[in-house]
Write a new protein. Structure first.
Length: 126
């Protein structure tokens, strides 16, 4: 069974994709830019603030599926500049204090809306 996840607690998709998909107990969350879901505007703060915003967006989508960050088994972080890694990592760590998920982090040439980072994840329901 496949269920489309959609919540006002995260930014609306800016293309032909869903905020998230639940399939057979696995939740796939699309990449989340640091966009304020209320204004639709890209956050212009520090990388730490942008990381928090992206992860809050992920939390909202996971909640729609009946999950939390504790259910996340894999994340992918895309950074425009790998020099931002340490600052991103510090903010990211606050969301995964116990049993952090597997993670990949890549520097990329560009992101939608000229964002500095994007984070996606996979979660598994209990």
């Amino acid at each position: 069974m496949i269920r489309i996840l959609n919540t006002a607690g995260a930014p609306a998709a800016i293309g032909p994709y869903s905020q998230g998909i639940e399939a057979n107990g696995t939740v796939y969350v699309s990449g989340q830019l640091p966009v304020d879901p209320e204004t639709g505007e890209l956050l212009q703060g520090s990388i730490a603030e942008q990381t928090v915003r992206s992860l809050r967006n992920i939390e909202a989508i996971l909640a729609q599926a009946g999950c939390s960050m504790d259910h996340v088994v894999k994340t992918t972080v895309l950074l425009r500049d790998m020099a931002d890694f340490a600052e991103m990592n510090g903010a990211y760590a606050a969301f995964f204090k116990v049993n952090p998920p597997a993670r990949a982090c890549f520097q990329v040439a560009g992101l939608p809306k000229n964002a500095s980072l994007e984070i996606e994840c996979v979660a598994v329901k209990d």
